[in-house]
Design a protein around this ligand. Structure first.
Ligand SMILES: Nc1ncnc2c1ncn2[C@@H]1O[C@H](COP(=O)(O)OP(=O)(O)OP(=O)(O)O)[C@@H](O)[C@H]1O
Ligand SMILES: [Mg+2]
Length: 354
């Protein structure tokens, strides 16, 4: 009788290996033979990391065997230059336990070729980065020109003229912010920014973020308060980037809260982590959006969408917080308000603790 699953796996569009507990190859499929330039006979008995040249497979398999059967397969994106062909691949790697009736225990290693997808993503990122750069220089001179006209440096303006240039000034400001955010995001996505984590005073971070927004809050009739405990241990953070995250969360809270509302910026100390939260009494976020808004260009549909902005702030904030080894999330009730919280590891003399 034909071995249908076996035949199917031979022809699947992923490279597959089955290994024993010592990571030695027991079986491999045709695509593995083709990509890595070996026959099944040549591969059998050799460590999978050596045959593929992919060193990250070793810790992945070690973890799998150490932890027993994981609830879900472990995924990781791995770059590999194949010795045999010299080609550069990007694989999504999944490892899953193999347990047979006879008691054989091993692992299934599945390599999905995501090279094309990865290259497309990279191209998109480079494209955005180039366009943003090209926008920046002429935009700077437009901003300067508009500013000069508004101030009447090039001649008196009548009332109508002032209004027009005020509107253009506002649009220029939004466009500049959009270009800056796109550049920031493309830098993060291409891995060209690094987090310089230093011991930082959380109270100082909050003060720095709140100061420039106090006036804006007053103008809008919103109370902006801070709650910081007396003694706060230092947090391992990149000062400017963390201020950026806080500023954006408070900026959002200001944008989505009506006059008479309150925004509270709070610092709470946990055992290993420090929590920053920004609570508002604004319009709230519907449940189906609470994860999505951390993705780029996602904005809640409805009247609030018309409030300007491009939907990039939270995506950048998430990248920055994650790069610090922290997490960010939101709790919210529609009509009552939202609380955005992010955690950072505390700074310890021995290093950063998770
Ligand atoms: N405090 C808040 N209250 C209600 N909705 C919010 C709040 N913060 C964010 N949102 C929703 O999440 C969306 C995404 O926020 P994000 O900061 O990423 O983008 P944005 O503020 O719209 O634009 P940008 O930050 O690029 O200027 C917002 O458009 C809004 O719909
Ligand atoms: Mg925002």
């Amino acid at each position: 009788m034909a071995d249908w699953p076996g035949v199917a796996l031979e022809h699947i569009s992923d490279a597959l290996f089955v290994t024993d507990r010592a990571h030695r190859i027991v079986w491999l499929n045709r695509l593995s033979e083709k990509i890595f330039g070996i026959t099944a006979e040549e591969g059998r008995g050799r460590p999978v990391a050596e045959v593929t040249g992919m060193t990250p497979l070793t810790p992945l398999l070690d973890d799998l065997f150490e932890q027993g059967v994981p609830p879900e397969p472990a995924f990781e994106k791995v770059e590999a230059v194949i010795k045999f062909s010299g080609r550069r691949y990007f694989f999504k790697v999944a490892v899953a336990p193999v347990v047979e009736k006879a008691g054989f225990e091993g692992a299934l290693v599945q390599l999905t070729d995501i090279t094309r997808f990865y290259e497309m993503e990279k191209f998109k990122g480079d494209y955005i980065s180039i366009i943003s750069h090209e926008f920046r220089t002429p935009l700077t001179s437009v901003v300067l020109g508009v500013e000069m006209l508004r101030q009447g440096l090039l001649g008196e303006l009548n009332k109508r003229g002032e209004e027009v240039f005020d509107a253009i000034g506002g649009d220029c400001h939004r466009l500049t912010k959009l270009v800056d955010n796109l550049l920031e995001l493309s830098k993060i996505e291409s891995g060209t920014i690094y987090i310089q984590a230093e011991p930082v005073d959380a109270a100082e971070l909050v003060r720095e973020a709140v100061r420039p927004l106090k006036i804006q809050a007053e103008k809008k009739g919103i109370t902006l308060v801070t709650e910081i405990p007396g003694a706060v241990p230092p947090v391992a953070a990149d000062f400017n980037k963390t201020v950026w995250v806080l500023t954006n969360l408070i900026g959002n809270a200001l944008r989505y809260t009506e006059a008479g509302g309150t925004i509270t910026v709070r610092v709470r100390v946990g055992t290993w982590r420090l929590f920053f939260s920004v609570k508002d009494s604004g319009c709230g976020i519907p449940p189906e959006y609470r994860d999505q808004i951390f993705e780029k260009f996602i904005q809640v549909r409805g009247p609030a969408k018309r409030k300007g902005g491009a939907g990039l702030g939270l995506a950048i904030a998430k990248e920055i917080v994650t790069a610090h080894g922290g997490e960010i999330w939101v709790e919210s009730e529609v009509g009552t308000g939202s609380t955005f919280t992010f955690s950072f590891p505390l700074f310890r003399r021995e290093g950063i603790m998770g």
